[in-house]
Design a protein around this ligand. Sequence first.
Ligand code: FE2
Length: 148
Amino acid sequence: MNTQNQRRDSARLIAGDHQRLEAKLHWLYEQLASATLTAAEADRGLSQTQAELEEHFTHEESGGFFRDILDLAPELNERAQVLLREHQQLRAMFHSLRQTCRWACGESGSRSGWLAELEEFHRRFDAHEHAENELMYIAVQRDLGAGD
Ligand SMILES: [Fe+2]
C-alpha cells in the first residue's frame, strides 16, 4: 500500500487533472460553438482531448487511484465499479463525438445537435469527476483518521 503522503499527492494530482480537463472541455466547446475552427483544427482539438481523457482514465484505472480508495474504504466498492463502467461509456461517447464531427461540425443544420451532445458529454464527465472527487475525499478522511 502507498504511504499516506503518496496517497495525498496522488489525490491532489487527480483533482488537478479533473480541473484541467474540465477547463479543456469548456474551451473546446467554446471554440466549436463559435465555429472559428477549420475542420482539421476541430479534429485536432478533439483528437488531443480524446488522448488526454484516455490518459486520465487509464491512469485512474491502473495507477492505483481506485486501489487506494478501496484499500481505505472497501465499502465504496460498488460506487467504484459504477465509475469504472462510466469510463467505458465516456470513452465510447467521446469517440462517437469525434467521428460525427467530421460531417456534423461544418454543417449549420446538424451542428447544434452535435454541440448539444458535446454539452451532454461535458455534463456527464463533470458529474463523473465530482463522484470520483467525493470517493477520494471519503478515502482521504479515512486515511487522516487512521494515520500511517
Ligand atoms: Fe477522473
